[in-house]
Write a new protein. Structure first.
Length: 100
C-alpha cells in the first residue's frame, strides 16, 4: 500500500515537472516575447541613430567648430535661449566666441 502511494506521488511529481518545463518552453518561445525582443532591439538601433549625431553636434559645439555646425542649421533657423532669440549667424557667432 505504501509502495503504491509512493509510486503515485512519484508519477504526479514527474507530471508536474514535465508540465512546468513545457509551460516555460512555451513562454520563452512565444511570438509575443520574440516581438518584444525585436521591438526592444529596434528601439535600441533607432536610439543609437539619434544619439550618435547628437553627440557629434555637442562635440562640435564644445570645439567651437562653427563650420560643421553651419551645415547642420537651416539658413532661416531661429534659436531661442533664456536671454533671447536670434538667427543662425548670431548663434554661430555666439558658439565661436564661447559665450554659450
Amino acid at each position: 500500500m505504501v509502495k503504491n502511494l509512493l509510486n503515485v506521488i512519484a508519477i504526479l511529481f514527474a507530471l508536474v515537472l514535465c508540465a512546468s518545463s513545457m509551460a516555460q518552453s512555451t513562454i520563452n518561445n512565444s511570438p509575443n516575447l520574440a516581438a518584444k525582443q525585436n521591438t526592444s532591439a529596434s528601439h535600441s538601433k533607432q536610439a543609437a541613430k539619434l544619439i550618435a549625431p547628437s553627440k557629434k553636434k555637442w562635440q562640435w559645439m564644445a570645439n567651437k567648430n562653427v563650420e560643421a555646425l553651419a551645415s547642420l542649421f537651416h539658413q532661416e533657423s531661429k534659436f531661442v535661449h533664456m536671454s533671447g532669440s536670434w538667427k543662425k549667424a548670431k548663434e554661430l557667432e555666439t558658439i565661436k566666441s564661447g559665450s554659450i
